[in-house]
Design a protein around this ligand. Sequence first.
Ligand SMILES: Cc1cc2nc3c(=O)[nH]c(=O)nc-3n(C[C@H](O)[C@H](O)[C@H](O)COP(=O)(O)OP(=O)(O)OC[C@H]3O[C@@H](n4cnc5c(N)ncnc54)[C@H](O)[C@@H]3O)c2cc1C
Length: 552
Amino acid sequence: MKIYVADKGDTLVKIGNRYQVDVAQLLSVNPHILNPEAIIEGESVNLPSQSLLKAEARVVVAPFCPPVPQSEILHDWIPLTSAEQMAENEYDVLIVGSGAGGGAALWRLCEQWGNNDKRIGMVERGPNFLPTHVANIATMNDDKYRLYAPPQITDLIGNRLPQYSGMKLIYALGGRTLLWGAVSPRVPSYEIASWPVSLEEMELYYNIAEEVMNVITSYTKDSSITQVLLDRLRANGYFNADVIPVATDLDQTRLGKLHSNVFFSSIVFLARALSRRPFDLAVNTYAAQVVTEGGRAAGVRVMTPDKKSYVIKAKNVILSARALQTPRILLNSGIKGDAIGRYLINHSYLIPSASVNTAGFAEPLGALGIVVPELEERPYRLQLQGPGQFFNYQYDHKPVKDEWRISFYVSGKVEARYENRVFVDPSRRDEYGMPELQIDFSYSEKDIAVIQEMYAGLLHASSAMQLSIAELEGKPAICQQPPGADNHDSGTCRMGDDPLTSATNRYGQIHGVEGLYVADNSVLPSLGASNPTLSTVALAIRTADYIMSLLR
Ligand SMILES: Cc1cc2nc3c(=O)[nH]c(=O)nc-3n(C[C@H](O)[C@H](O)[C@H](O)COP(=O)(O)OP(=O)(O)OC[C@H]3O[C@@H](n4cnc5c(N)ncnc54)[C@H](O)[C@@H]3O)c2cc1C
């Protein structure tokens, strides 16, 4: 008889299987163990010596490898630290929010600093819900992922905000980049001319952003539907019509390096950052307030779902919580600034029910992706994707037919006005006891004039492309998205030189508060009609460079 000390998770049944000895026999020599299914970790088990010999006999040339110690087993797909542990450290840079802006700033710091002695941390309110962009999941396609709004990460806050009724908040590691369309244009240079950053510098940072996000125009290469509609547009005076720039990695797997993240998300920023150096990341960690000392940033007060509160100390804080939440955190922290929360901008949107007859087009049609960028004299963009919204096919059946429904959006410039604002309402508290978000928003007369132009432009371009627009009650079926539904909210902590009309300086630092920065859509002073994310990423990288230049 041998004595065996039961290991973690062991039961008598498991031990019997392992050593090929009958459970009834084991029970008879171990009267102290009543239930053969019970976990008996640490208990001594009498084992008939033959059985040990039998197990060992099966091992022909080498002993069994030792089990992996419990402490080394990975429980998550990304290393996590708790808020409690983070509160024991002081960070050189602490980032709030892991979406496009936060992810870009983190990647740049890690990439440039490498393995130096600086400490970098990130806190994210949402869970580590998905490890990739939704469109990279095999069961999704364009139709489905646009409707995907899991309640664990989605707050339909627009239901209580009549002036911004289309708005949804997404709280998850990766932020809204888990769901975004990845369309990544640059803002036109005449728009950037009013920003406090030179065109040359923007050019440099756009180049870096496009490279790290894999912004390419070849997504729709060889697609006949794209080519035919592009030719029709150009022949009808839309000289700047072009293929759509999308942040997609179409590289094939080479040298064992996987390219499974076709659609870019901020998770790729986190992965690239991790491959350069470690950083601390706490999920399900709500940033409630920025802590300041002597007029400069000193940390962030965070809360966990059990409502425990911690202060995480940091020499530099970057707020990247979205153009709606970043000003809220600043206002809830008592940070002063006339422009904080003001100048909320977004895009007006018109969406027709459009289709195209593809009889005679070369097969396969491929994916449609066309943009007609705005011009100074035409302050709206046309964007076409599809067909039938199968921008990406995944495993969907594509029926053979001639008439295809396509996604056609027209987005218009919205003026930056002081009256359009995000503010906090102390009479209404969220689940963490913090004053809730409120929004004042309306279109100006100029914005409405742009929407009227968009309507006429949409019909003109549709006829140029020979699209059919469905009819509803004798009128073209064209609808206007409610404010907030565009997901392009920006400008609420705009960059500028004048603290009366801007919240941050030209590097994203809050005027008058050293060490406190903003790196998300909030800093964009204007958008024109262009999607915001590429510009946010470019400026977040620039802000990270600025912080590093001060910490040298
Ligand atoms: C369906 C959809 C399609 C889109 N398509 C496009 C497109 O094609 N092109 C384009 O340019 N843009 C597109 N967008 C918009 C794009 O996703 C945003 O512009 C971009 O993600 C903005 O980055 P951000 O860092 O400002 O905010 P987010 O990416 O939203 O990140 C903010 C992060 O902060 C976290 N957070 C919030 N509050 C707190 C808090 N108190 N404490 C800690 N963390 C907090 C959030 O959970 C989130 O992770 C789309 C968005 C959606 C939803």
